[in-house]
Write a protein that binds this ligand. Sequence first.
Ligand code: ADE
Ligand code: ZN
Length: 319
Amino acid sequence: MSLPKAELHLHIEGTLEPELAFELAARNGVTLPYADTDALREAYRFEDLQSFLDLYYELMAVLRTEQDFADLADAYLARAAAQGVRHAEIFFDPQAHTKRGLEIGTVVEGLWRALGRSEETHGVSTRLIMCFLRDDSAESALATLRAAEPYLDRITGVGLDSAEVGHPPVKFREVYERAAALGLRRVAHAGEEGPPEYITEALDVLGVERVDHGLRCLEDPALVERLVRERVPLTLCPLSNVRLRAVDTLAGHPLPAMLDAGLLCTVNSDDPAYFGGYAGDNFDAVRDTLGLGEDRLRELARNSFLASFLEDDEERRAR
Ligand code: ADE
Ligand code: ZN
């Protein structure tokens, strides 16, 4: 669907399509343990978040140079633009690359080659959000923030992703305090597989302005009431939820009930190369399967801009 929209929950590494993975593997002399793109696609059958993450991190081995990251981001921006995305707030996972021996600068500068000219080349404005891997240590997150300091003019905010259960937000209190002191915006994945308490903690301990996923808030009516009252945006990812089995079926996705409850929901793609669709495809899926009408789709598109960091940034600059 080409309705103008902002994408607020998108892992750039999750846009690595099999064709590009093989192209980069050949370019960099990396051998992938899959015969071809069909064999790789066959592996895209996930039981849960962890089974996806295993493949997601494995495939990152093909990303080695600044140009690789630029090509990855350019390919995403072209696809997103074709589906009506006008603004994208893009996650990246520096630790997944630095632990393979890359410099954080290779990642940021490479992505920036594409992002820095994206308004001209694709008509898409962008922001970059650096995510900490929650299954790595708090010390590693702190070291990552320190290593990112020379690049903070290119980074709008910080996020928290990877394996959720057993890694509560409170583990990252200090690094979020430092990020806030550095003027960075704050978001975090919470309530994808983890309990509603993680959502509350992300708000109260990490000071997040948006919650990524937030699906499990529905188990706590008082939390839902709070999220509605405080207008906390949730970046939902319907096709991801089906593929990672956070919901049983798309038809059973609680998005309509969440909108009816007054939650500020947005629809996003998460890791589109793995989950069967980009932002527009997610909009199409919720229209076709959940029967959302024109008003609801427009509300979702409007919410995506409201929940973005775009206007605040511009207001801040004007001040
Ligand atoms: N990293 C990439 N996609 C993710 C997701 N859906 N949840 C947590 N971490 C991720
Ligand atoms: Zn995500």
